[in-house]
Design a binder for this molecule. Structure first.
Ligand code: ZN
Ligand code: ZN
Length: 316
């Protein structure tokens, strides 16, 4: 089968061995996959991963239990043991023995087929298109923000970095009615916020007052954390969504001095994400920059690196 493979270098392999599902796994034909910043980092060798890239997809079950066969599905990306202390404590995304699709020890979905454990799958309602469903994973990651840090109408919240994840986080926060601003520097992305009646502040015009209760850092760059530390109030919370490939020279003293809570945040509730997409509570359509065929995946990954691009999709 065709697959986008990374092993020290990135290539489109046209004869990659198609996966064979074992007992617990389903074989899923990938319909549409989404490129996220993590894929771009892996493609630069930062996570020491080798194998098929990709973890955001919607597909159709070809092999698996009867009730799932032929069903359109999205999939949780962490494949877990369900036996370790983390799994038993209800923290399966932190499973001690997990593999993660296209990220840790398991082939991903930038391919014609992928195998995933049956209990990872969520059926996609008919009202949700493939182009919407492919956003389930990042929308879940966005919902994780309010799962970890409840906010309400009185909470002053800023999102730093209106990128492919930040724009979803901002929309999820908007649903809470909180006092929300988005800080960024890309005119196109800020415009998307404005259209959704989300207030924006250009980085050049930002006058940090250390008055935000919660700041969500989604820039993917270490200086995003510097900005977040200038925005958040003493005893406030910074939610870190970025995994910095380049740590740079970080000064964490403000965290101590201002007694800031720093909250790491990763994968989120899939069911809630699929629901939100079905209710059209989160708009993802306007975030799609372009869709490429799998054959042009390398070009697609290049396009995803560009400043103005938001979500690039692959038709597999
Ligand atoms: Zn992702
Ligand atoms: Zn486990």
């Amino acid at each position: 089968m065709k697959a986008v493979v990374y092993d020290d270098e990135l290539r489109l392999d046209k004869r990659y061995l198609a996966p064979k599902p074992d007992k617990e796994d389903c074989l899923v034909k990938v319909d549409v996959a989404g490129i996220c910043s993590t894929d771009l980092e892996i493609a630069q060798g930062y996570m020491e991963f080798s194998g098929v890239l990709g973890h955001e997809f919607v597909g159709t079950v070809e092999q698996g239990p009867k009730h799932l066969k032929g069903k359109r599905v999205v999939s949780e990306i962490n494949c877990v043991c369900r036996k370790c202390d983390m799994c038993l404590a209800g923290l399966a995304t932190h499973c001690r023995h997990r593999t993660v699709m296209g990220i840790v020890g398991r082939d991903g979905c930038f391919a014609e087929y992928v195998t995933v454990p049956e209990h990872n799958l969520y059926e996609v309602p008919d009202s949700v298109t493939d182009e919407e469903a492919v956003f389930a994973e990042p929308v879940a990651a966005a919902y994780q923000v309010i799962a970890q840090c409840p906010v309400d109408k009185r909470t002053k919240v800023s999102v730093v970095g209106p990128g492919r994840l930040g724009l979803l986080v901002a929309q999820v926060l908007k649903t809470t009615g909180c006092d929300l601003t988005v800080v960024g520097c890309n005119a196109k992305k800020m415009e998307i916020c404005e259209k959704k009646h989300i207030q924006t502040v250009h980085l050049d015009e930002l006058v940090p007052k250390r008055d935000r209760d919660v700041v969500v850092e989604c820039t993917g760059a270490p200086n995003g954390l510097d900005i977040a530390m200038e925005l958040v109030r003493p005893r406030g919370t910074i939610i870190l969504k970025s995994t910095y490939a380049d740590r740079g020279q970080m000064n964490l003293a403000p965290i101590v001095i201002n007694e800031i809570t720093l909250l790491g945040s990763r994968c989120g509730p899939f069911g809630e994400a699929v629901n939100a997409l079905a209710r059209k509570a989160i708009d993802v359509q306007s975030l799609i920059t372009k869709t490429y065929p799998l054959d042009k995946a390398l070009k697609a990954l290049e396009h995803a690196e560009e400043q103005d691009s938001i979500k690039i999709l692959l038709k597999c």
